[in-house]
Design a protein. Structure first.
Length: 176
């Protein structure tokens, strides 16, 4: 099982954080268009991430919903046939919701910095500090907080929920 420490924040001006991330990473971002299909589960979250090249990843993860740096434990299974996997999982579990986004991936040290434009939600920044087996969650939280400061992410912009939860909340609010 892999681990990381994450934060997610709503962005007011995506260009500010994009410019800072570009300077910190010292390289152009990788642009990723992805669809995340979330399935109904009894524990944690299970999503099938489908990429435009036809590949995919099945990701199972457990993370508390709270603002600020939090530890996530996850498994990733790569697949060249996400359509068949989607059929199987839909048949067995049922689809909870889907999230479509454009992601700009920057690498800063051991941290994946994501600038996300999420359909129906807006612009966000996500940090994923990858933890090695010898790293403690506290090490990751310290790194995340340092990067938050460098990226000018104010505490009041942090969100505790996953994109899928925000979309479900929005659907429930507006009866979509």
């Amino acid at each position: 099982m892999a681990r990381n420490v994450e934060i997610k924040a709503r962005l007011r001006d995506i260009n500010i954080q994009r410019d800072i991330a570009l300077r910190l990473s010292k390289s152009d971002p990788v642009i990723i268009h992805q669809e995340d299909i979330f399935f109904k589960t009894n524990k944690g979250r299970l999503k099938l991430r489908v990429f435009t090249d036809g590949s995919g990843e099945l990701i199972s993860y457990i993370r508390t919903d709270k603002k600020g740096p939090k530890t996530s434990e996850y498994f990733i299974f790569k697949t060249d046939n996400p359509d068949e996997l989607k059929k199987l999982l839909t048949h067995s579990l049922g689809i909870l919701h889907r999230v479509v986004k454009k992601r700009e991936l920057f690498i800063v040290g051991k941290t994946r910095v994501h600038i996300d434009q999420v359909d129906q939600l807006g612009d966000f920044l996500e940090l994923e500090v990858v933890l090695d087996k010898n790293d403690s969650p506290e090490d990751g939280k310290k790194t995340a907080k340092e990067l938050m400061d460098k990226l000018r992410i104010p505490e009041n912009s942090l969100i505790e929920k996953a994109y899928v939860d925000l979309l479900i909340d929005k659907s429930n609010t507006f009866g979509l």
